[in-house]
Design a protein around this ligand. Structure first.
Ligand code: FES
Length: 123
């Protein structure tokens, strides 16, 4: 549940007004199918990095958006990229393919990654 609070703040021209501020929201959740596991994907991490912190191994190689080893289909959600030209065609983007190694989750999302592996928690 989102909690909102009205707090006064000073704005330019020295007038006093109130603004509605929302409490911080949780990071987006990424779900990997058919594994059925979810993990938080904060905007400070790529989806590949966030999966790694959650002990999920996604296919990968270059980690810079060129080799396409990590390509997978996103069936729900929205991402942005850390690089200007990720190695995807316009058609692939339209069809929902993403490169998790250079993609940041902007919303909750679902990706199809049949070769993903759930790892035991590290100690
Ligand atoms: S690991 Fe090479 S493009 Fe993602």
């Amino acid at each position: 549940m989102r909690v909102a609070a009205r707090i006064p703040c000073k704005v330019w021209r020295n007038s006093l007004t109130t603004h509605t501020m929302s409490a911080p929201t949780r990071p987006p959740l990424a779900r990997v199918e058919p594994l059925g596991q979810s993990f938080e994907a904060p905007d400070s991490l790529t989806i590949l990095e966030a999966a790694g912190f959650a002990n999920l191994r996604l296919p990968r190689s270059c980690r810079n958006g060129t080799c396409r080893t990590c390509i997978c289909k996103m069936t729900a959600g929205r991402v942005r990229y850390t690089i200007e030209w990720p190695g995807l065609s316009r058609e692939e983007k339209t069809q929902g393919y993403i490169l998790p190694c250079v993609a940041i989750a902007e919303t909750d999302l679902v990706i199809e990654a049949p070769d993903a592996i759930g790892l035991p928690p590290s100690r």
